[in-house]
Design a protein around this ligand. Structure first.
Ligand SMILES: [Mn+2]
Length: 494
């Protein structure tokens, strides 16, 4: 009796060759041509004989345990190849335009825990690169290219002050390495989005806008802030395939709205929404590494009071002024001041401020009410790179120092427009004790806003040839918000 069987047990790559990256049916299919285009743009800025070498991100453990954070790829690495796995390297041979991916050589028994181990050929198909080798072959493979120089990435992120992780591998000291050329070139390329990147941004902004709208329907007094956060996370992930959000959700209600980065570990969105609270919810999904960053402010009970309307419409006036005036050639810090002027003017008409708006700005009143910048570049990082490259205007002094860029606007830039008005006790006490600022406030009326918190309106916009295209689709006017919320939990079963 023979048990021989001609069928050999084998494991194959089940998916057909991928030309796109997605989270499956119903989610956006990111074309791999997006990354090919980024590489072509990069190569066109470099010289024959140069080979770009980037090192991707590594898995990070929770302290000394064997539990790991869900991996998030480093953004420059994503930009150049879209590879999702940790512990990879990538090389671009400028002479031939050839793209080479290096993947870790994992022991076979990993299959039991991690699923089928992909071969180099599998990776080649998945990511559409020209060649794939194991990381332990990198020295040999690069030697064969006989490069004049390896270009590695080294530079400081102007938002965090932290440095990009420069590629290192065993044997790199046998090459001539230049770590200065690459950083400003890629950072600058990342500032201007390609049509393919803009499509991904459209998707993640739409998903995040819809998620905000779901939150606004769900909201009512008596809920906890984190329950609202969870509705946002659920929609982004369940409907949009966004496994990550771009930053920790800020879900401030009432006076928490005046804490700019509320939601951190020590203040985990745990307050209960109360009748009369304003909500300031700053949340953005992340898809294929690309970040949305949207803030909606609205009353917890779905109906604005006159006071809430005053502050909200002052911020809306600032946002509208920027959407109207932003276009190629305009300086970003001018847009910041345009927003400030519109807001201060509205607050003056509302009798909260008094005096001349230009004098208010001369005396720093704008920085008291909105201590942060008007907005920032947006892309693979939520505070995207390229804000203060060597060829760009330097960081301004004074109340505008918090701007993450002071650049002249160009078509293809993607930025947030996020004016805000906050009642931050520490800053208001400072203003009250500063005679140069104190004169501009109607302190009697200001009393009413002591525990107001704040309002921020944040849109994600694309700079076009003519002006701006807003990628954010949420109710923005008082009437639109009240109308949208009228279909929600505050008004149901009543
Ligand atoms: Mn932002």
């Amino acid at each position: 009796m023979s048990t021989t069987n001609s069928t050999k047990f084998s494991i194959g790559l089940s998916s057909k060759m991928a030309a796109t990256w997605s989270m499956g049916p119903g989610t956006y299919e990111v074309p791999l041509s997006l990354f090919v285009k980024n590489r072509t743009r990069l190569a066109s800025k470099l010289k024959s004989g140069q080979v770009v070498v980037l090192q991707g991100g590594e898995d990070v453990n929770h302290y000394d345990t064997d539990v790991q954070y869900v991996f998030r790829q480093e953004a420059y690495f994503t930009w150049v190849c879209g590879v999702r796995e940790p512990s990879c390297y990538f090389a671009l041979d400028v002479t031939t335009n050839k793209s080479i991916l290096f993947v870790p050589h994992l022991p076979e028994e990993y299959e039991v825990w991690m699923g089928k181990l992909l071969s180099c050929n599998d990776f080649k198909k998945i990511y559409g690169v020209d060649e794939v080798y194991y990381v332990d072959e990198i020295r040999e493979v690069l030697k064969k290219l006989n490069p004049d120089q390896l270009l590695t990435l080294c530079g400081t992120n102007t938002d965090s002050g932290l440095t990009a992780k420069e590629a290192v591998f065993e044997g790199i000291d046998e090459f001539k390495v230049d770590n200065e050329t690459l950083f400003p070139i890629i950072a600058e390329l990342r500032v201007i989005k390609t049509p393919e990147e803009i499509e991904v941004m459209r998707y993640v902004c739409k998903v995040s806008s819809d998620a905000h709208k779901q939150v606004m329907l769900y909201v009512k007094p008596g809920l906890k802030e984190y329950q609202c956060e969870s509705v946002f996370l659920d929609h982004c992930y369940r409907v949009g395939g966004c496994r990550h959000v771009s930053y920790t959700c800020i879900c401030g209600s009432g006076d928490n709205g005046a804490t700019l980065h509320y939601g951190h570990a020590g203040a985990p969105n745990s307050k209960m929404l109360e009748n009369g609270d304003m909500c300031l919810f700053d949340m953005g999904g992340n898809y294929a590494g690309y970040a949305a960053d949207i803030t909606c402010s609205f009353p917890a009970n779905g109906k604005f009071t006159e006071d809430q309307k005053l502050i909200y419409e002052a911020v809306l006036a600032a946002r509208n002024a920027v959407l109207r005036e932003a276009k190629p050639g305009v300086m970003w810090q001018e847009m910041h001041l345009t927003a400030n002027r519109a807001m201060l003017d509205h607050l003056k008409k509302g009798n909260l401020l008094k005096g001349d708006v230009e004098d208010m700005i001369k005396n720093g009143v704008h920085g008291v009410l909105q201590p942060h910048g008007l907005g920032h570049l947006l892309g693979l990082d939520v505070h995207d790179v390229g804000g203060y490259l060597a060829h760009c205007p330097a960081r301004p002094a004074g109340p505008l120092a918090r701007l993450r860029t002071a650049r002249r606007l160009q078509p293809g830039m993607l930025l947030t427009v996020e004016p805000g008005c906050y009642f931050i006790p520490r800053l208001l006490i400072g203003a009250q004790n500063n005679p140069d600022q104190s004169v501009f406030f109607n302190w009697e009326k200001m009393q009413k806003f002591k525990n107001f918190g704040g309002v921020r309106i944040e849109d994600d916009v694309l700079i076009t040839e003519e002006g701006v295209e807003n990628l954010t689709f949420v109710p923005r006017t008082v009437a639109e918000i009240e109308k949208h919320m009228a279909d929600g939990a505050n008004f149901k079963n009543k």
